[in-house]
Design a protein around this ligand. Structure first.
Ligand code: SAM
Length: 450
């Protein structure tokens, strides 16, 4: 298999490889670059990426340095091109440039049209797990970069680590963990190479993941298995994957934990009297580090109980709160560039004061409205209402006559708060097993106990 673009960076784009197209700051699209058979110097476009910012024949995206900016094509694109030109005539006044470099100022209508056809541009980016997470086709909820970066360092994923992951879902965590464990050096001992053992019980999702892993040339690092891990655990063809790191993003992680013991254990922690030739999926010579990822605190409680029962130690829980801060310069009053240098102009100051006053009034009106309204009965706001409070808003119309304190608890939070909570992360460690034989072996190796 060719080297994976996620693991072995190249400097230029090439045919039959994945590229992540940046259409705008927040909008990425994955494409497989294809050789454009029939694309002859601008007369036929061959395989083309069509976007609302223009058309980009793949021939213009190939054999260029990763990160290049590419302008939309001005080639006659046949019937689709005619439709595009019609669209552009319709919104002639709307600039079509997606990233404002501010230089395109058409004057005449034909000039406007010509420039509109070519003013959009894209960036062609080399695939990374972060960009894949931002652009992948969502089949499930996914683990985002702030969470998986933290998780991977806490479960000690590094080159050579063997990770168990369930469920695979959309493969966001899978790609990040593949890069973390990739040890890279050619000819290395296969058993010493890092590996991700990924499990998924939903058949179409498993099929899609399996195909994607092959398309991305990750099959040497990632092995996807179609499996219900609650029932069947984590062995591969009856053999141990010898993992030292585990990540469970499952609705009921506690149902799978008894399969991650050192000796065959039944759910609830009782040792299985008839282990047969069962092998532990964990590496016997290393401590195992686990993380479970659950959106609700009730799931956390059940997981922690089961972890304790099964002998895991150092149990703790973390929530990653990822906030984006928009840093801008305030133009009110100071440092406004003018012909005479950096100083405030009276007209600008008056404008800024007017805007501040109107913002202040809007904020005051908003707070007034908030304090005079009961909690609305949306599913989102319900999540925060204490359901044990009998006074919670039930939608009963008689309640509107009640005093305010009886009409329900006031709840308000920002949209931001809703979006940033993804899940609670539970971490724990299962020490390696130690017995007399291990002690003797250690003493033989390090007689002074060093
Ligand atoms: N971590 C993934 C990512 O970053 O893209 C998302 C995982 S998604 C939230 C949870 C997945 O677990 C789903 O695809 C679901 O089908 C799978 N799943 C649920 N129960 C399972 C089970 N018993 N065995 C294996 N997979 C299971």
């Amino acid at each position: 298999a060719p080297p994976s673009p996620f693991l072995e960076p190249t400097s230029r784009t090439a045919p039959n490889t994945l590229a992540i197209i940046s259409l705008s700051k927040e909008h990425y699209q994955p494409i497989t670059l294809q050789e454009s058979i029939g694309a002859v110097d601008g007369y036929a476009e061959g395989v083309t990426l069509n976007t609302r910012f223009g058309s980009f024949p793949h021939s213009t995206l190939l054999d260029i340095p990763w990160g290049s900016q590419v302008r939309a094509s001005v080639v006659d694109t046949g019937s689709r091109g005619r439709k595009r030109r019609r669209d552009q005539v319709e919104d002639e006044e709307t600039p079509t440039s997606n990233q404002d470099d501010g230089n395109d100022t058409p004057t005449s209508a034909p000039a406007k049209k010509a420039i509109a056809a070519s003013s959009g541009f894209i960036y062609v980016l080399r695939p990374t797990p972060e960009l894949w997470t931002s652009s992948l086709p969502h089949r499930t909820q996914v683990v985002y970069t702030p969470d998986y970066s933290y998780v991977l360092q806490r479960i000690r994923a590094r080159p050579g680590t063997r990770i168990i992951e369930a469920g695979a879902g959309s493969g966001s965590f899978t790609h990040a963990s593949a890069r973390a464990v990739y040890s890279g050096y050619p000819g290395s001992d296969a058993d010493a190479r890092g590996k991700v053992f990924s499990f998924e019980f939903h058949e179409p999702r498993f099929e899609k993941m399996d195909a994607e892993i092959k398309q991305h040339s990750l099959q040497g690092i990632v092995q996807v298995t179609h499996r219900d891990v609650y029932d069947e655990g984590f062995l591969i063809n009856g053999k141990s994957p010898k993992a030292s790191a585990v990540f469970l993003d499952l609705p009921a992680p506690w149902e799978a934990l008894h399969h991650l013991a050192r000796r065959k254990t039944l759910k609830g922690g009782k040792l299985d009297e008839n282990p047969g030739d069962w092998d532990s999926p964990l590496d016997p010579n290393k401590s195992a580090h686990i993380c479970t990822f659950s959106p609700c605190i009730e799931q956390v409680t059940r997981t922690v109980t089961e972890l304790r029962t099964l002998g895991w130690t150092d149990i703790d829980m973390v929530e990653i709160a990822h906030r984006r801060f928009n840093v801008i310069r305030d133009r009110a009053g100071v440092n406004i560039p003018s012909e005479k240098g950096f100083s405030a102009q009276p007209a600008d100051v008056a404008e800024a004061v007017k805007k501040l006053k109107s913002d202040l009034k809007r904020t005051q009106d908003f707070h007034k409205a908030q304090t005079s309204q009961p909690v609305s009965d949306t599913s989102e706001s319900k999540m925060d209402v204490d359901e044990s409070t009998p006074e919670s808003n039930t939608g009963d119309s008689n309640k509107t006559e009640d005093p305010l304190w009886l009409q329900g608890r006031l709840v308000h939070r920002t949209e931001n708060d809703l979006k940033t909570h993804t899940s609670y992360l539970v971490f724990a460690i299962l020490p390696r097993e130690w017995d007399e034989a291990a002690e003797e072996a250690a003493l033989a190796k390090w007689p002074c106990g060093g």
